[in-house]
Design a binder for this molecule. Structure first.
Ligand SMILES: [Cu+2]
Ligand SMILES: [Zn+2]
Length: 181
């Protein structure tokens, strides 16, 4: 029986391939992702969101299926706790200590997001990136010790009035939980 010696070239190509795979796969495996299921005060699920670390910041993709039609405020709140009437979620995520609102000269909170436009059938989608933020790493991660949550309000955010944009009652809330994709 003949033994086939491993050719050096083949071995080399194989090793380089392995290394390339490693460099591709390791960052992908380490990019944090998270989910949030948003429920109203009665515990009915009204939407869900996926969150993902990207080089630009945390990307939030949310889909709502059962909200009151119209324009509704949507924010990241600083505490991962959703007990009706959702005051448990705390104020807006605000690691930089700013005031509320993109139209406020002293603003904005990192957790200030655009209003969602809810259709007559209660549906809305939104995709937004929170710049210079990460889910689990860096100096001010979203998922710090007390977590974070996503909150929808009864009214629209005026993007100016501190501390919460005159958005009214909190009508839906979802705790952001780290997930594997
Ligand atoms: Cu809010
Ligand atoms: Zn705010």
């Amino acid at each position: 029986m003949k033994t086939r010696p491993v050719r050096p070239l083949r071995l080399y190509v194989g090793l380089v391939g392995l290394l390339l795979c490693w460099f591709w796969l390791v960052p992908i495996a380490h990019a944090a992702t998270a989910r949030a299921e948003l429920k109203d005060e009665r515990g009915t699920t009204v939407g869900e969101a996926r969150l993902q670390d990207t080089p630009a910041g945390v990307k939030i993709s949310a889909t709502f299926t059962a909200l009151p039609p119209g324009e509704r405020a949507f924010h990241v709140h600083a505490v991962g706790k959703c007990e009706p009437p959702f005051e448990s979620a705390g104020g807006h995520f605000n690691p930089a200590g700013k005031q509320h609102g993109r139209d406020n000269p002293q603003g904005a909170h990192a957790g200030d997001l655009p209003n969602v436009q809810v259709t007559a059938t209660g549906r809305a989608t939104i995709e937004v990136v929170i710049p210079d933020t990460s889910l689990t790493s860096g100096p001010a991660p979203l998922l710090d010790r007390d977590g974070a949550s996503l909150v929808v309000h009864e009214g629209a955010d005026d993007y100016r009035t501190d501390p919460a944009g005159n958005a009214g009652r909190r009508i839906a809330c979802g705790v952001i939980r780290e997930s594997r994709q």
